[in-house]
Write a protein that binds this ligand. Structure first.
Ligand SMILES: *Cc1c(COP(=O)(O)O)cnc(C)c1O
Length: 360
């Protein structure tokens, strides 16, 4: 069977070149006579590898000296608790902007640890737009301001960095990290689960401003204490070595493609093609206001929702897989991460046109 175009929101498609490299190195990684999954994380080979991995992240993301990159496990959601436990310091509250499922989850979890102020809630308009800035309640005494830069489930994305927030900015970039250059210096903390646009599940990256490392409560789990991670080279215990390894292959692949600005251009082109196809049709519809539409996760609905299961099954039969929308939204979701080639989008658009001709 040929490889399908995989539109899964996460875990997501990886470039074929990367999979082939994994296959090639699987039995004997870097002359060790073992796979990377089988060697000790304290071996000199793995420690050297980990140092280089950190350097690659610093180079590609242009992480300034003011910030530190840390590798964590537990997925992005674990950070929903770890962020308040590490960053509240002597403050009692934090600000949360809710624009979709993921930022809502972060807000709900934070309520266990602090007064989590709701800055604004996009649920009032069914998460079809980011609430107007003039409606936000921003608190100067909050420990930090949390938001999700891309809402993977609802298909919304911030396209400009947030300006003028008076407290450290904390961003969940799980589904748009590595899709464009980022001004890291603007952020107190950026975090991202790796399984969308960076690697396989397991690894979570944290990019934290160094002066925020000393605020953690002392009674929190050692492995989730940011300063412990820093002091122990992100290895307080056995890390998810395979996910680190794939992240490294992905960074090499990304550089070969031309780096973050090339990824940004490709994302623009791919998403534009798909939104154009949706907008010019009376058969498909997307409800998100154009200025807030996600370039990574494109949602759409068939006007006749009864045809949705048929759309998904015929797409699958045509080698276009994982298009079924999230259970909370229904409809169709096409995730266009870095590893989705433009050819995959072309194939989807062409399938959509054919499906409309047959069933419209
Ligand atoms: C997938 C996702 C998460 C959750 O990731 P886990 O690693 O499963 O915890 C959190 N935030 C965003 C924006 C996501 O896309």
């Amino acid at each position: 069977m040929n490889r399908a175009f995989n539109f899964s929101a996460g875990p997501s498609t990886l470039p074929q070149e990367v999979l082939e490299k994994i296959q090639q190195e699987l039995l004997n990684w870097q002359g060790t006579g073992a796979s990377v999954m089988e060697i000790g994380h304290r071996s000199s080979e793995f420690m050297d590898f980990a140092d280089k991995l950190r350097e690659k992240f610093v180079k590609i993301l242009q992480i300034p000296d003011s910030h530190e990159i840390l590798f964590c496990s537990g997925g992005a959601s674990t950070q929903n608790a770890m962020i308040p436990l590490n960053l509240l310091g002597n403050k009692k509250s934090a600000d949360y902007l809710v624009t979709g499922l993921w930022s809502n989850k972060a807000w709900l979890e934070a309520n266990k640890y602090c007064t989590a102020n709701l800055v604004a809630n996009g649920k009032e308009n069914n998460f079809t737009s980011i609430p107007e800035r003039s409606s936000w309640q921003v608190h100067e005494d909050a420990a930090y301001f949390h938001y999700a830069s891309n809402e993977t489930v609802h298909g919304l994305q911030f396209h400009e960095p947030l300006q003028g927030i008076p407290v450290p900015l904390v961003a969940d970039m799980s589904s748009d990290i590595m899709s464009k250059p980022i001004d890291i210096y603007r952020y107190g903390l950026i975090y991202a689960g790796a399984q969308k646009n960076l690697s396989t599940p397991g690894l979570t990256i944290l990019i934290i401003r160094r002066d925020l490392l000393d605020r953690a409560r002392h009674d929190i789990p050692l492995n989730f204490h940011y300063d412990t991670l820093r002091n122990m080279n992100s290895m307080p215990n056995t890390p998810v070595t395979f996910s680190w390894y794939i992240a490294d292959l992905m960074l090499d692949w990304l550089e070969k493609q031309g780096g973050l600005s090339a990824m940004a251009q490709a994302s623009q082109r791919k998403s534009q093609k798909l939104y154009t196809a949706i907008d010019k049709s009376d058969f498909y519809i997307n409800h998100v206001v154009p200025k807030d539409r996600s370039l990574m996760n494109v949602l759409f609905y068939l006007h006749d929702d009864k045809l949705t299961p048929l759309f998904v099954s015929e797409a699958t039969a045509n080698g276009l897989i994982s298009l079924k929308g999230h259970r909370d939204t229904g409809g169709i979701r096409a995730s266009l991460y870095n590893a989705m080639p433009e050819k995959g989008v072309d194939a989807l658009v062409s399938f959509m046109n054919d499906f409309e001709k047959t069933h419209g």
